[in-house]
Design a protein around this ligand. Structure first.
Ligand SMILES: Cc1cc2nc3c(=O)[nH]c(=O)nc-3n(C[C@H](O)[C@H](O)[C@H](O)COP(=O)(O)O)c2cc1C
Ligand SMILES: C=C(O[C@@H]1CC(C(=O)O)=C[C@@H](OP(=O)(O)O)[C@H]1O)C(=O)O
Length: 383
């Protein structure tokens, strides 16, 4: 399975094509839209989220609520396009130099982008670099999640820390409910930490600054044996790392106990194997993957999300025409997008795991895939 997407942040819309998705998988469009809506929420997002109310239009590949094996094509309209028609026109050939962006933001794609693509207007880079693109990635993942549901695989995320507030679970309730957490993990929720993080985001906003954080993703009920130890590009942890690192603003990836494994003796970090109703591990410091293969435990990883690069109190930069030292450009922006990044990561992980499932169990129809899966699970039970 693979997908391609296109779309600029302030263009007409975004689209994606998923190819190699099994036939006969029930697809609930509302569930896809629910994921898109979750991605738009979370404390600290900017005013753009008040304009957009993301929803997909299915262009192809789904008939009477089920996939039919042909490429799935999805479209999401940018409501903000109405306000950008003139500045983003593909027909109008007059490019007003006054509207060009000339002050590259430290931490954004602006400077390497204009040099690489030989552009005079930074907008031609920032439009595609923008995390608006994660709308389609979330839609693709939301389709993948519906395939995973057939096999009981579930994916959750939590904000593990935010700015200087460490080791907390932040969830937000009520109207802006964005996170999904298992009932059994609700004890990790700390209302005080939530208050503290919100205050931190407010303070950051007042000061014209931005905040990052750490997201933890957990993937439940993954069968043993997805991925492979035999070649570098078949390792499941490597695939997760690549796709998660490709998310805008992600600067660190940690499988299971990750960086802690470097400072802990082997006797205290490797997960002892036991046999009860099958093979299990006493602990899960490996994060559910050993030798590039899922080992039957919950897959768990963390990712570090850096602070948003657009600062309302801008850092210094260099004008790409005059080479003068000036303030970096400031556009309408988020102050903190860590919860949204968590939702996107869930959906990126769903695509990676769904792909690994298709590779292992075949992907022409869900019936064939399920029969292969059941047969394999019977074999695993008897091992
Ligand atoms: C959900 C989400 C929302 C984001 N919103 C903004 C934003 O409003 N302003 C901004 O400058 N960067 C934002 N970013 C981060 C930039 O897109 C990102 O830093 C930039 O594309 C450069 O890529 P890099 O950080 O991966 O190097 C956001 C990232 C994510 C994941
Ligand atoms: C549009 C989204 O995020 C955008 C990501 C983004 C960036 O530079 O990455 C910059 C901002 O764009 P704008 O200036 O239009 O407000 C965010 O709002 C989205 O997540 O849907």
């Amino acid at each position: 399975m693979r997908f391609l997407s296109s779309g600029e942040s302030h263009g007409k819309g975004l689209n994606c094509i998923i190819e190699g998705f099994p036939a006969n998988v029930e697809i609930n469009v509302e569930e896809i839209n629910e994921e898109l809506s979750r991605r738009q929420k979370g404390y600290g997002r900017g005013k753009r989220m008040n304009i957009e109310s993301d929803a997909i239009e299915v262009m192809a590949g789904i008939r009477f609520g089920k996939t039919i094996g042909s490429p799935i094509s999805l479209y999401v309209r940018n409501k903000d396009w109405e306000n950008w028609k003139l500045r983003m026109s593909s027909e109008n050939i007059y490019h007003d130099p006054e509207l060009s962006v000339k002050a590259p933001r430290p931490g954004h794609a602006d400077l390497p982008g204009v040099i690489k693509y030989n552009q005079d207007d930074i907008r031609n880079i920032l439009e595609r670099a923008s995390a608006r693109e994660t709308t389609t990635r979330t839609a693709v993942g939301a389709v993948a999640k519906q395939l995973l549901k057939v096999f009981g695989i579930e994916i959750y995320s939590r904000v593990a820390s935010l700015g200087s507030v460490e080791d907390v679970t932040v969830i937000e309730k009520g109207e802006s409910y964005w996170t999904k957490i298992r009932e059994s993990e609700l004890s990790m929720y700390d209302p005080e930490a939530e208050k503290k993080t919100k205050a931190l985001i407010d303070k950051s906003k007042e000061e014209g600054d931005t905040l990052g954080g750490i997201v933890e993703v957990s993937i439940y009920n993954v069968p043993v044996g997805l991925g492979s130890h035999v070649h570098y590009d078949r390792k499941l942890d490597a695939k997760l790392a690549m796709d998660i690192m490709s998310l805008q603003a992600v600067k660190g990836f940690e499988m299971g106990a990750g960086f802690k494994t470097a400072t802990t003796p082997g006797s205290k970090i490797h997960d002892e194997i036991v046999y009860t109703d099958g093979y299990h591990h006493k602990t899960n410091n490996a994060g559910g993957i050993e030798g590039g293969m899922s080992n039957g435990e919950t897959i768990q990883f963390k990712a570090a999300v850096k602070p948003i690069p657009t600062l309302m109190k801008p850092l210094q930069t260099v004008d790409i025409d005059s080479k003068e030292r000036i303030d970096a450009c400031k556009e309408r922006s988020d102050v903190c997008a860590v919860p949204a990044a968590g939702v996107v990561m869930e959906n990126i992980a769903a695509f990676v795991i769904a792909n690994a499932m298709i590779e292992k169990f075949g992907g022409d129809s869900i019936e064939e895939m399920k029969a292969n899966y059941d047969n394999y699970m019977k074999y695993v039970e008897e091992r």
